[in-house]
Each structure stands twice: as structure tokens, then as C-alpha cells.
Ligand binder design. Structure first.
Ligand code: GAP
Length: 466
């Protein structure tokens, strides 16, 4: 299946209530997006599934939720104040600003341009005649490092409060609580801490829909290990992350693993690989896996004066600062990838087409839709009762749609990725033997469009077994 154009997906997301432009009635706010009823359902499902798999099903994991606002010393210790930035280039003519490394990557395919020094970026842009995406000029100013952290002020008197930052990653909340967690959970190494939450980065060039935004959500794990044991643990996480990608419906042909070069590594990492996805504009990061060694805990011990060593309960003489393997998953970026993967404009017989989202049932907004064939009172009241019964007995999330022709309603459910539709017709209520026997319904499969006639009791058994 060819990758859809991004525009078709953006339009479907708006039309069907997955994702809306942020603050739209005021003309929007650049590159901000709101999750509508269906988009939120996908995001919540992904988050719940991730939590179930990585926290609730594992004895070596615990969860935590920490604040977006943290003591600013955290970000000095973590290196974000001095190191967390991108090369910013100003167009001298129109004054627009861009990420120099991204211009080089996107316009002339320089791989890993993030490793270029600030002095190299502007001469290379000029030498390669890379014009400003807004006005075309090649009159670039010298590149500057631009810190990506959002600053705000804490306190009631404007101008007198302390400067603080909105967190750019959830990770630090887990590092600063390492001792609290180790003591209260009584977990022994190796063990991991997971957190899901919103983070902020003042990206220079956000874009490509929800791929790069200034506010987004991450699902992160900090996995604490004894130094020297991190090699095989890193390899294991690589496999576990890859399997997660397949299980949520991403195809292996659109996934690849890319190791960071030494020059490319973040300030905290001694090894990083990205799981990349093939987006409509090319390969780009989906998830990351890093060996953060003892960088963060050592920095926090140094800057806070608190002891961050771990004592082996079986051998109290054995004390060390744990190493950390960090699997990190962008939640909002995952929603984008699974929507892109699922989207198809399918050609049907008789020159007809349909748009369909082949979402895995695990992440589809609705599990099922109930569609009464007609609005007639006695038929729709039967269908309403059936809706209630299925919800009560199966716990599934079931849509109910009574307006429009049945064909149009099937198409709508295809577009929002509902795996199965159940039609209640006059046969169901015992008024049309041709349509079917009493208390039977038609169940239609989204992907094959095949229809099957089932008794209601066997339908419910089937749904329960799912
Ligand atoms: N704690 C490590 C860390 O934050 P990262 O690679 O900077 O690593 C982790 O971010 C994940 O967050 C990425 O793999 C990606 O999925 C997501 N992500 C990063 N920047 C993003 C942005 N501006 N918009 C949406 N998602 C982003």
C-alpha cells in the first residue's frame, strides 16, 4: 500500500474528528493541534496498552507521575541548560528563522547534519545555494545555538518570580525520584520506572502535522542496571521496542533501526539508536533507545549533594551508581504513524473508491458500530437495547449511528477505522424472513467488507472472546 499524502490524512483527521487545528476559531496558533473525540480515543488506547505491557505485566517495572515544573537546578544538572539546543539560522532578508541542520538534511540530503558545528552551517548553506524556504534568499546570518526549553516564571508578581522551565522530557522526574522509588518499591536491580506525560520544546521549525510540535507527549522508561550489564539489556529493549511497533500495526517495511554516530550522540548518551518510520516525506525518528550510563544520577548527586548510590541487598559492601538504559516512545508521534500506516484510498469495482483506516482493533477508536437499517421506532428501539446489552456484557466501546443510507454509514465507519459493523434489519425483529431470522443480525468486516449472519447470542460470545 503506498504511503498516503500527508494532506489527505490531515483532511480526514479534521473531517472525522481525530485531530483539529489548535485555537481554530481565533485563526489558530501555528503548529498546535487538539485531539478530537476519535483521536483522543486512539491516544488513550495506545497509552493504556503501553502501560499494560510495560508496567502492569512486568515485575521489574513501576510507574510514576512527576510534575511538569521542576526546580531549575534539575535542568542545570541534566545539561539541558547548556546543551539542549539546535542551530538556528536567520534569513537576513525576510527575518524568518530555521533550523540550519534540517535545511541541509531536507534540501540536499546531508545525513546527520546535527553534528555540524555552528561555524560550518552558514557557509555550507551559502555554498550549496540553499534558499530561504520563505523568500528564496541565500543571505544567511551566522548560525546560533538556540535553547529549546520553554521558560516561564513562578510567583504571583510579574517580573519578580523565579525563572523556571517547562520540562522538555519526562526522564528527569524519574531520575530525581530514583532513591524514593528504590526505597519504597523495594525493587532490586535491574528495574525500570515508566512515565507518560506532556513535555514542551520550543522547536525552531515544528511541522509535518503532529510529527514535530512544541507540546507533545512521551511514554518513557528509565531502566536502572548494574554497570557492566547494560549491553545485553540494551539489545533486549531493542527487540521489545521493535515488537511493540509491529503489534500496534506498523509494517516492518516502513520501519528501520539507525544507530547514532559518535558525533551525533546527545550530551548524556554513550550509545543511541532510533527506530525510524518511513513518513510521506521520508525516514524520520519514531522512538529512541539510549544508554545514558550513570550520567544523570551522577550529575544529580553532584549538584544536589544527595547520595545516589545503590546498595546490593545481597552484598551490602557492593555499592554503585546504576547505569540507565532508556527506551523512549513519542505518544503523539505514534498516533501519527499508526494513522499514516492505516490510511488507504481503496479502488473498488465499478470505478468506486472508499477511504478506509485499517487500524488494528487494539487501537481503533470504536470496537464496533450498531447500525439500525431504518429509523422506524420499533426497529431503532430494538437496536438501542442491543447496544446497551453489548456494552454491558462485553465492555466494548460501541458507536451507534442511525442517520443516512446504510452504504454511507458503512463508509463513515470505514473512514474512522471501526473493525466491525452490526446491522439491525427487519429480519432481526421478525418482520422480514428474506433479510434473516428473528434475533439474528448482519456483521460486516471493515477490511474485507464480507458480511455474515449471526444470532445475537453467538455475536455476543464472539465479541467476548475477542
Ligand atoms: N528522554 C529522551 C528524549 O526525550 P528524544 O529523542 O528527544 O529523547 C523522545 O525524544 C521521543 O519523543 C522521540 O523519539 C519522538 O518520538 C518524540 N519527540 C521528540 N521531539 C518531538 C516533537 N517536537 N514533537 C513530537 N514528538 C517528539
Amino acid at each position: 500500500m503506498p504511503a498516503p499524502s500527508l494532506d489527505s490524512l490531515v483532511s480526514l483527521c479534521k473531517r472525522r474528528g481525530f485531530i483539529f487545528p489548535g485555537s481554530e476559531i481565533y485563526g489558530g496558533l501555528a503548529n498546535t493541534w487538539d485531539y478530537g473525540p476519535l483521536g483522543l480515543e486512539i491516544k488513550n488506547r495506545l497509552q493504556r496498552e503501553w502501560w499494560k505491557r510495560f508496567v502492569r505485566s512486568r515485575r521489574d517495572m513501576v510507574g510514576i507521575e512527576t510534575g511538569i515544573l521542576m526546580n531549575p537546578k534539575v535542568w542545570e544538572a541534566s545539561g539541558h541548560v547548556s546543551n539542549f539546543g539546535d542551530p538556528l539560522v536567520d534569513c537576513k532578508k525576510c527575518k524568518e528563522r530555521f533550523r540550519g541542520d534540517k535545511l541541509l538534511e531536507e534540501k540536499i540530503g546531508v545525513e546527520g547534519a546535527a553534528v555540524l558545528t555552528l561555524d560550518q552551517v552558514q557557509p555550507m548553506l551559502i555554498a550549496e545555494k540553499i534558499g530561504c524556504p520563505s523568500c528564496g534568499s541565500v543571505d544567511w546570518a551566522v548560525a546560533k545555538k538556540f535553547n529549546l526549553m520553554f521558560k516561564t516564571q513562578q510567583g504571583v508578581v510579574e517580573g519578580e518570580g523565579a525563572d523556571i522551565y517547562l520540562r522538555p522530557e519526562t526522564a528527569q522526574g524519574m531520575f530525581v525520584n530514583f532513591k524514593n522509588i528504590a526505597q519504597t518499591s523495594r525493587k532490586r536491580l535491574p528495574f525500570g520506572v515508566a512515565q507518560v506525560g506532556t513535555v514542551f520544546r520550543n522547536e525552531i521549525t515544528p511541522g509535518n502535522f503532529t510529527f514535530r510540535t512544541r507540546e507533545f507527549q512521551q511514554m518513557e522508561i528509565e531502566y536502572f542496571v548494574e554497570p557492566g550489564t547494560e549491553g545485553p539489556i540494551f539489545e533486549n529493549w531493542k527487540e521489545v521496542m521493535w515488537q511493540w511497533c509491529l503489534d500496534i500495526g506498523l509494517s516492518p517495511e516502513r520501519l528501520r533501526i539507525r544507530e547514532h554516530t559518535k558525533e551525533e550522540l546527545s550530551h548524556y548518551s554513550s550509545r543511541t539508536l532510533d527506530i525510524e518510520y518511513k513518513y510521506p516525506w521520508g525516514w524520520g525518528e519514531l522512538y529512541g533507545l539510549a544508554n545514558r550510563s550513570d550520567f544523570d544520577l551522577t550529575q544529580h548527586a553532584k549538584c544536589s549533594g544527595q547520595d545516589m548510590t545503590y546498595t546490593d541487598p545481597d552484598d551490602p559492601k557492593k555499592k554503585f551508581v546504576p547505569y540507565v538504559v532508556e527506551p523512549t516512545f513519542g505518544l503523539t508521534r505514534t498516533v501519527l504513524a499508526i494513522l499514516l500506516e492505516a490510511y488507504e484510498e481503496e479502488n473498488l469495482a465499478d470505478d468506486d473508491t472508499r477511504t478506509v483506516l485499517h487500524l488494528k482493533p487494539l487501537v481503533a477508536p470504536f470496537d464496533l458500530a450498531i447500525l439500525p437499517l431504518s429509523k422506524k421506532e420499533h426497529l431503532s428501539s430494538y437496536a438501542e437495547e442491543l447496544h446497551k446489552k453489548i456494552v454491558q456484557e462485553t465492555g466494548l466501546f460501541v458507536d451507534y449511528d442511525v442517520t443516512g443510507s446504510i452504504g454511507k454509514r458503512y463508509r463513515r465507519q470505514d473512514e474512522i477505522g471501526t473493525p466491525k459493523c452490526v446491522t439491525v434489519d427487519f429480519g432481526t425483529i421478525g418482520e422480514d424472513a428474506v433479510q434473516g431470522e428473528k434475533d439474528t443480525v448482519t456483521i460486516r468486516d471493515r477490511d474485507t467488507q464480507a458480511q455474515e449472519r449471526l444470532t445475537i447470542s453467538s455475536l455476543i460470545e464472539k465479541l467476548k472472546a475477542h
